[in-house]
Design a binder for this molecule. Structure first.
Ligand code: HEM
Length: 416
């Protein structure tokens, strides 16, 4: 490398770190060039995000996978209370008393209680109802006008499914969706934090009231079952139950909704790949895994923090710092995936390789449900509307702009 090349490389690394720190608009619209640069020249880098807590971003596959399973990198938000208060204000604390934000043994205890509801057999039993909801929603999309597939289909489908599974009555779902939307879009300004506090307060009150109602009148949905387990040893406390309800509803619909959007968008913008799936429907499960790798709906795994100084690559993540694992960068690492920027529905060995559902103890509990919803949604959509197409050119796609890249998804998906 000449001196000039070296200076260019240093400049572009500094720019990439700055873009990732600020959550710049260009980075949010297309994060992959930033990640490619960081993987190459600063795979474990220090960010100074607007929330003000020192953060280390991990972008290579091997490091990401190791970090997701490293017991020195904790998910226990109560152990990092100062950092959490700084980022979110006080409001999130009660909602985060769940498996997603805890370490063993608490994590093991909380996850085990809910696990059986997500067994492959239980999930398979939901198939007819998921198909019925899909048919109903797509039936309403029969029109000559353009339709926003996200608002009309991708969001309602997983929301209805998870609400029915958990036991949220139909006429109360719109409020839940509205409050969840505020939480998903939150930034770090004072105004954002105030809005977040209001939405989270509303969710807490609602869940507390729903739990009280179901205690009065036993039900055979998941919430009813969880309430019954509260008599057993090692059961959930009331706070953990409320917070578990929250994580199931939130994780159970946003992620899947954005993924349906990303799948439809990428299939419609890679016609040759769509043709392959239409010609051989057995390819669909693999195509879904490839969407999760290529453009999954979770860009960065949820916050973690270092319990001690952790040497990684040529740096040390200091004790107490936040750790962000960029799973969408890991999924484009050329050391792991050949031609990672190519969308290839026939790619081999994906399911156990991509990190789109995380890895280790916090591996997505809802993955079997998400996979089934995706299969039913895509099969039915392309069967019912074989000539469906984007209304706007692909380059005008509007990706989520929230500065913190938890989700990768579209604002809207107009199709005809
Ligand atoms: C955890 C992705 C759908 C429930 C996770 C994690 C990821 C993820 C990456 C790990 C987070 C971390 O380690 O920081 C996704 C994607 C989905 C999806 C991409 C859709 C395509 C669902 C659904 C549910 C769900 C439908 C159903 C309720 C959960 C729960 C956890 C989790 C409860 C926490 C597990 C634990 O902490 O042990 N998900 N998810 N997810 N997901 Fe999903």
């Amino acid at each position: 490398m000449t001196q000039l090349d070296e200076r260019d490389a240093t400049d572009s690394t500094a720019e990439a770190i700055s873009a990732a720190s600020r959550g710049s608009a260009e980075y949010r619209a297309d994060p992959y060039p930033v990640y490619a640069c960081l993987r190459e020249s600063a795979p474990v880098c220090h960010l100074s995000p607007p929330h003000g807590v020192d953060t280390y971003l991990i972008t290579r596959y091997d490091d990401a996978k190791a970090a997701l399973t490293d017991p020195r990198i904790s998910k226990d938000m109560y152990a990092a209370m100062d950092a959490y208060h700084t980022i979110f204000g006080d409001s999130s604390v009660a909602l985060d008393d769940n498996m997603l934000f805890s370490d063993p043994p608490k994590h093991t205890r909380l996850r085990r209680i809910v696990n059986s509801a997500f067994s492959p057999r239980r999930i398979e039993s939901l198939r007819p109802r998921i198909q019925q909801i899909t048919d109903e929603l797509l039936g309403k999309c029969v029109t000559t006008e353009p339709v926003d597939l996200l608002a009309s289909f991708a969001f309602p489908l997983p929301l209805i499914v998870i609400c029915e599974l958990v036991g949220v009555p139909e006429n109360e779902r719109e409020d839940v969706q509205k409050w969840c939307a505020v939480v998903a879009r939150t930034g770090f300004s004072k105004a954002d934090k105030d809005k977040l506090a209001v939405a989270e307060g509303a969710l807490r009150d609602y869940f507390a009231e729903l739990i009280a109602r179901k205690r009065e009148n036993a039900s055979d949905d998941l919430l009813g079952a969880l309430i019954r387990t509260q008599d057993e040893q090692g059961a959930m406390t009331d706070g953990e139950l409320l917070s578990t309800l929250w994580v199931l509803l939130f994780a159970g619909h946003k992620t899947t909704a954005y993924l349906i959007g990303n799948a439809v968008f990428n299939l419609l913008t890679h016609r040759d790949q769509l043709e392959k799936v239409l010609a051989d429907p057995d390819l669909l499960p693999n195509a879904i895994e490839e969407v999760i790798r290529f453009e999954g709906s979770v860009e960065n795994a949820t916050f973690r923090h270092a319990l001690e100084d952790i040497p990684m690559r040529d740096t040390v993540i200091p004790k107490g710092c936040l750790v962000q694992v960029a799973v969408s960068s890991a999924n484009r690492d050329p050391e792991k995936f050949e031609s990672p920027d190519t969308f290839d529905v026939e790619r081999k060995g994906l399911q156990s390789a991509h990190l789109g559902f995380g890895s280790g103890p916090h591996y997505c509990l809802g993955a079997p449900l998400a996979r089934m919803e995706m299969r039913i949604a895509l099969t039915t959509l392309f069967e019912k509307f074989p000539r469906v197409d984007l209304v706007a050119p692909a380059r005008e796609a509007e990706w989520l702009k929230v500065p913190f890249p938890a989700f990768r998804g579209l604002e809207r998906l107009p199709v005809a």
